[in-house]
Design a protein. Sequence first.
Lengths: 108, 116
Amino acid sequence: GIQVEQSPPDLILQEGANSTLRCNFSDSVNNLQWFHQNPWGQLINLFYIPSGTKQNGRLSATTVATERYSLLYISSSQTTDSGVYFCAGNTGGFKTIFGAGTRLFVKA
Amino acid sequence: GAVVSQHPSRVICKSGTSVKIECRSLDFQATTMFWYRQFPKQSLMLMATSNEGSKATYEQGVEKDKFLINHASLTLSTLTVTSAHPEDSSFYICSARDKTGGNTIYFGEGSWLTVV
């Protein structure tokens, strides 16, 4: 079945620090995405990144499809970055399967 | 950009009653929508795939008679939690596939259900 694994499960950062979140996925996953869920539950799409590297401000993501992993980089973290970061992949039937998430807390 | 709207965003209902959550694609037609459930501090678990004009496809372990899904139009899917119990309290979120937009999937804002 579809497998999406994320690490670390929890992360505490001092404001201004950088971090890397990892996502490993099985070979049946495609169309990898990264989401940020804020404390109110809102799910925000950060990147749609089946392969390669993308950057958006302080965030960037890299997916190496051949090795079945993706990385999300957060630079100069801010308290507003706190929340849960989910990696998710789509199946052939367009179902989006989520990893367990990385819970990030950025301290002021 | 494309928007998926859920309503209500928060609802409190009494045990034994039924509650309906709506998921609408506002500017595109969604032949396929998906319903997820999220328990506190856990990930989003796919409950079912909602197909316009046909029966929903439920994931293993999800009670069909408990969670009724109707996808009567190309822009609306509804999830009805029947005979709700406190253990049904959860965050429910839908997503919709934009078939003509490169199969991009958009998520709604989610609905918080509390059963008292």
